[in-house]
Design a protein. Sequence first.
Length: 174
Amino acid sequence: MIDIVEKIQFGQFDSKNEGFYLVERDAPTPAEKTVTENLSYANGILDFSNITGERFYDQRTITYQFTMPNVSYSERKLVENKVKRLIMAPFDQRLYDSHDKGYYWVGKAKSVKVDDDQANNKLVLSIEFDLYPFAIKNNSSIDNYDDWDTFDFDNDFIQPFSYQIDGKRDLDLM
């Protein structure tokens, strides 16, 4: 038996504990939100996407495919029902992926597809997640991050976890 190295955890579902082997991970860049206007009698288009000085993105879709080999028919049916129940129930949960060590994603499962490969006595599980566009640094298991350094030297970015507002704050509305 080959050791399971890659895994995900979402709510009560842990792919390694359930006996699934990760076969494929698809995590493309999310689509950028654009605000453009095509004016008559003007060349090209006007792109207002960067009016605030930063770029914005749609939700990210991450898809996983797992396999569970050497499983009897009756056990495959039990596993299928359990997996669907565990994955589809939570909303706005943390998705931990062993590929993204030290980070997690936040969102929901969009779909769970289970293929029963009767000829090879295996189960093939495909899960599609709808997630916030950016991974979040997992500093610790506690909710108060104020004592932690917010600079991530490995990936060269700052992720503040708290903001202080004294009295009032001016906001630019577009």
